[in-house]
Ligand binder design. Sequence first.
Ligand code: FAD
Ligand code: EPU
Length: 346
Amino acid sequence: MQKIGEITSNNEVLIQTDVSLQAHNSLAVPAKAAYFSRCSSVPQLLGSLDFAKSNGLSVLVLGEGSNIVLSGDYDGMVVLNRLTGIELVSENSESVVVDVAAGENWHDFVGYALERAWFGLENLALIPGLVGAAPIQNIGAYGVEVKDSIEAVHVLDIESGQVRILSNSDCQFAYRDSIFKHALSAKYVITSVVFRLLKTAQLTLTYPALAANLTASACPIDVYNAVCQIRASKLPMPDDIPNAGSFFKNPVVDQDKHRQLTALFPSIVAFPLDGGSAKLAAAWLIEQCGWKDKSVDAVYVHRDQALVIVNPNFKSGNSILKMAAAIQADVKSTYDVVLEIEPRVY
Ligand code: FAD
Ligand code: EPU
């Protein structure tokens, strides 16, 4: 296999070897990539994919690394997606269709849309990461999921370099889930996301803290500001303390299980879903098991939000996963509920 310090491959993409990924994952795990390239154009992306294919390397596409756990060094090629550009594709009296390159910053795009009075994303302000990752786990917060504003997703096939457009329904969006985590996992690079945004705001104020802070006369900018304020008060930003946001999904249980748990633990926090099932607050389960501010191998459960694992001492991905496994075992034995890890593990 070709192994070089720094090379220039097709389309002038710089491919580096043995690159530290510590600044490219928000848990600040000190892992390395055997090969690494930063792509700010489609030709560079194609050049990187071509290099990986010629050298039999697996490909890991990264945005800002705010939803990954690196369990060790990555022995393939990390491709950093930095494609930029925002294009207004069409508009009518009700909505706009905007094509946004995958490397645009998510929060900046939310602000860009609001400045133009394009609505629908205000509840999703301040979520870390880039636009290209938003469809992967169908990012959501404060009562809104991004799937409700996505029209289509443009991708490049990693194997063939072919372009494809997936419709919203092709993406099989669900709570923190999409086809990109299953059948299409590691098959495509998302190059842009097409959003349909509204010209008349339809505010979602179902989340209790939002409803408590805002009145019926609130406008989208008020929602945006309230969301930013709530997030800043609850969630540690990775630049201050390394973390990947919620470490586990909120588990969904059926009606019988919910009834059993409520009988045993009357103060359990749960949100009813259609069809009688309920989404449990994983943070509550974890806190009640006594994990808040606890540490294993110098990895901590955050003192203010029990669903967030923080890594202030830059420990390895395996130390973080060891802590996660201990929490999962505790919640399973106490409540007979399985907690599923939310970030992608590599
Ligand atoms: P990365 O971490 O770089 O990648 C995540 C996954 O997507 C990886 O599997 C990667 O291979 C894949 N991927 C990324 N870009 C592409 C691409 N262009 N093509 C193909 N695959 C790609 N999430 C929420 O849903 N709601 C929240 O409220 C929320 N709050 C958070 C708060 C904090 C403090 C943190 C650290 C994270 C939070 N997250 C939240 C998780 C995270 O912000 C989102 O998952 C975000 O979309 C990740 O973006 P990223 O660019 O960092 O993706
Ligand atoms: N709670 C506790 N202990 C805690 C924290 C919370 O008991 O330490 C209880 C409280 O009763 C609270 C409830 O859990 O009412 C829910 O907490 P919170 O509103 O903070 O939300 P969450 O369920 O912990 C989810 C998402 C977040 C998203 C927020 C706001 C998941 C896995 N997480 O967190 O997304 O920002 O709601 O909508 O769905 C992420 O995915 O990374 C993420 C941060």
